[in-house]
Structure formats: C-alpha cells, structure tokens
Design a protein around this ligand. Structure first.
Ligand code: MG
Length: 158
C-alpha cells in the first residue's frame, strides 16, 4: 500500500466559472488557471501521482501545453488514473479538504462525491470531501483564492 499527498491553490477572479471536483458551482467569481483551474482535482491528481511516485501534475500536464488550455480537470484526472493503472496501481480511497471562505460548498458536496466516485470508478464510501473556511484569516479568508488538500491510498491491483 502507498499513500500520497497533494496541495494546490488558485486565485479567485471575476469572469471565470468556478469548478470544484468537476462540479460547476454558481458564484460571481471563478479560479484563474491554464486549465479550468479545478483546485480540488489538482490536489487530488498530485496525491495520486505522489502515491505512485510518478512526480507531479506540472510534469504530466504542463501549463505551457496548448492541449491543456481551459481543459476540464476531470480529463486530467482520467489520464492520471490511466497512468496509475498502467503501473498496476488501483485506488483504495481518497480524502479531500477544500478551503474557501465563500461560496458555501456544503450543498454541493454530495454532487462532488458522486462525480469523483464515477470518474475514479470507486464506491462513494471510498470518497470523502470536506469544505472548510479559515474564519476570515489569510488569502482564503480574504477570498483571494481557494486552496485544496488531498490524500490518496493506493495498492497493487490483484
Ligand atoms: Mg493547479
């Protein structure tokens, strides 16, 4: 068994759609980035790559590559899963924490869980997503950005 950890931050700006765990969240701002900037999926991708000792998201999906401009990060997650499977790994469970002062994410967590379970071919019991604020402190508290943390446990497929 192997464990991996991932972390990511994106800036919140006007004029962008907000995607978290592949779910479009209605909000006046969205995350800035080369892809759809889904910070939660980027943290998860790094956790999975980390568990498999396959480096990081920037090595596999460079932001200088036009193929990844505005791409759904669900596609990047699917490609990451394929890379792990090629190496004989399967996912046991994943756990994510999204840090955002606003918007309130609790109503969207069931949909996010469903989306992740579907994309990763996991039971929903193997997917956990938590949303936190920082009680107004720091860049997330000032609503300048959203941060995400993820851990993933993997083992060799039988
Ligand atoms: Mg990112």
């Amino acid at each position: 068994m192997r464990v991996g950890f991932g972390y990511d931050v994106h800036r919140l700006v006007e004029g962008r759609a907000l995607f978290l765990c592949g779910v479009k969240i209605p909000y006046k701002k969205g995350l800035l980035g080369h892809s759809d900037a889904d910070v939660a999926l980027h943290a998860l991708i790094d956790a999975l790559l980390g568990a498999a000792a396959l480096g990081d998201i920037g090595q596999h999906f460079p932001d200088t590559d036009e193929r990844f401009r505005n791409i759904s990060s669900l596609k990047l997650l699917e490609e990451t899963l394929a890379k792990l499977r090629e190496c004989g790994w399967r996912i046991i469970n994943v756990d994510l924490t999204i840090v955002a002062q606003k918007p309130k994410l609790a109503p969207f967590i069931p949909q996010m869980k469903q989306q992740l379970a579907k994309t990763l071919s996991l039971a929903e019991e193997a997917v956990n997503i938590k949303a936190k604020t920082t009680e107004g402190l720091g860049f997330t508290g000032r609503e300048e950005g959203i941060a995400a943390y993820a851990v993933a446990l993997i083992d060799h497929a039988p």
